[in-house]
Write a protein that binds this ligand. Sequence first.
Ligand SMILES: [Zn+2]
Length: 301
Amino acid sequence: MSTPSAVPPLHGYLPAQSARTYSSVGYCIYCGSTCQLSDEHIIPLGLGGRLVLPQSSCSRCSAKTSKLERTCLRTMYGPLRLLYGLPSRRKKSRPGTLQLKIKRTEGSEWEYVPVAQERYPFLVTFPYFEAPGALTDTDESAAAGPVTSRLWIRGASSHHHFQELLQSLALELGVHSLMPESKAEVSAFCSLLAKIALSYIIADIGVSAQRSRLAHIALGEDMNNCMHYIGSVATDEPPSDSLHEVSLTRRTRNGSILVRIRLLAKLGSPTYFVVLPSALAEARPNKSLNSDAPNDGAPVS
Ligand SMILES: [Zn+2]
């Protein structure tokens, strides 16, 4: 059995993100509606995100972005949230056990057995992308829809080293081999990155892009050519001291805005870039307030 590389035992390892509430927006950052507005967590609450953009998402758009976010959290980071107590909006639905794929003997078929969530060997998954097409000034029509050629996968467990956990679980269950599984919801993940970028751009510099292509991507309405706006770096950076990283730069040459996003940066995860082309950006003042943390964004000239 080949074992994926592992991150350290996570008990007490994941730091908390500093809380910050930005100034209220007063309209939906996706569609521009002013009806039934709710607060947006820039990084999902379910991943410990504590950057809040008040009054910035209408009920219709909120339903769409929340559904896509739940898809990512459940499939790519679900066990992480269960084990480390990251917030869930649906606490009552948390299961006590999770299904693990096992083989009882060398010749037998794979099957699933329940394992207590505290003992579950889970995988954290991120897709790698090409650089965003907009960064290389290629034509948007040449860009692909949501697609990945490679995944970043790390084994993780609560109190044990991953390899020790796999060995002790195999003994405990009396099985020949076990196979932790990972899944990347690439399309929903691209929508999540677009959502984080759009909400961070308005929070940090007050630039609004409702009804833009990025807004449609965030809502999962039109994913064609989305790799024009979204991409990643192909090489891994060392783990950060922060739980997550978000920062923003304005590209002076053509006026586009670039948001750098690294979710679970503490685990050494890939860095993503989301580009808002200049033609989509419309300036609106939105000064931040009520901050109890230093601005973690890059200075904007
Ligand atoms: Zn809306």
